[in-house]
Design a protein around this ligand. Structure first.
Ligand SMILES: Cc1ncc(COP(=O)(O)O)c(C=O)c1O
Length: 298
């Protein structure tokens, strides 16, 4: 769906601003649409969030889109209303820039974090904002392949044209399942959020107890994104040199059986991502193995 929007709007060389760490697919979607990804890095010490100054500096006459994702995959970082308003204030000064908001993790937010989205925080951006969502995360319906978007009629019409000449539409069974998910009882979400929050806390606490790992506490989604600056240059018990986060993830997998995704895949290193959308038992065991692996580095 996001890709349809890029295909419908990008001319060769058009720029798309993407905050890093980003969901892995964003830059490639832009490239496939013949655009140029322009990456700005959200620093770990700011919870991986970009500043208005960074956004301002990245905007050029060729900027077509600013791609926003909060809470984020891979960091779980969520922008407060005030933080987002600071970004929309910048966007107000640049009327040629369109905003794509990927609200996939809207319902997964913790500790009273209030989800907000650009067109809501700054209604004057409404006419140039595409707001995207889906049932994959909050309803655990990843395999059903349903996403949806709201935006200006002419943009949606162009996206629909691309869709109708490619896959035509998602299967009708999935569409009806999504209608049920969205219109049905939502009470379970409160319970899920409590469970996710417990798992987030479990993982953040366990990882921060490991020397060499620093793990910020994210506002939402079901990921944590710890940095591993303190581990680089060491050698694992199995004799592997850890020079990059990819080396770390590979050695961890091969020596302990724990799968994490290395930070370079998301555009910010040295770090790794853990998805805590699994059982407390699996997470506890994984963190125990990560601690033992890191403790044995020399
Ligand atoms: C931020 C974000 N956007 C979009 C998606 C796409 O979800 P799907 O293709 O399952 O609808 C994902 C999935 O990981 C995601 O993390």
């Amino acid at each position: 769906m996001l890709f349809n929007a890029f295909l419908a709007t990008l001319n060769p060389g058009d720029e798309v601003i993407i905050p890093a760490p980003y969901w892995v697919s964003y830059p490639d979607m832009v490239r496939l649409g013949q655009g140029e990804p322009v990456i700005i890095e959200g620093a770990p010490e700011r919870g991986y969030k970009i500043t208005p100054e960074q956004l301002e500096a990245a905007i050029t006459p060729k900027t077509k889109w600013f791609l926003f994702n909060s809470p984020s995959n891979p960091t779980g970082a969520g922008y407060s209303r005030t933080e987002l308003k600071a970004l929309t204030d910048v966007l107000m000064k640049h009327p040629h820039v369109w905003i794509m908001s990927d609200d996939m993790y809207e319902h997964l937010a913790y500790d009273g974090f209030e989800f907000c989205t650009p067109a809501e925080v700054e209604p004057a951006l409404y006419e140039r904002t595409l707001t995207c969502n889906g049932v994959s995360k909050a309803y655990a319906m990843t395999g059903w392949r349903i996403g949806y978007a709201g935006g200006p009629e002419h943009l949606i019409a162009a996206m629909r044209k691309i869709q109708s000449q490619s896959t035509t539409n998602p299967c009708s069974i999935s569409q009806w399942a999504a209608v049920e998910a969205l219109n049905g009882p939502q009470e379970f979400l409160g319970e899920w959020v409590e469970v996710f929050k417990r798992r987030r806390n479990l993982v953040v606490e366990a990882l921060n107890a490991v020397e060499g790992i620093t793990c910020p506490t994210p506002e939402g989604a079901f990921y944590v994104y710890p940095t591993i600056n303190g581990l680089l240059g060491k050698t694992s018990a199995g004799g592997r040199k850890i020079d990059t986060d990819e080396d770390f993830a590979t050695a961890l997998l091969e020596e302990t059986g724990v799968a994490v995704v290395f930070g370079a895949a998301f555009g910010l290193s040295p770090a790794f991502r853990i998805s805590y959308a699994t059982s407390d038992e699996a997470l506890t065991e994984a963190c125990k193995r990560i601690a033992a692996f890191c403790g044995a580095l020399r």
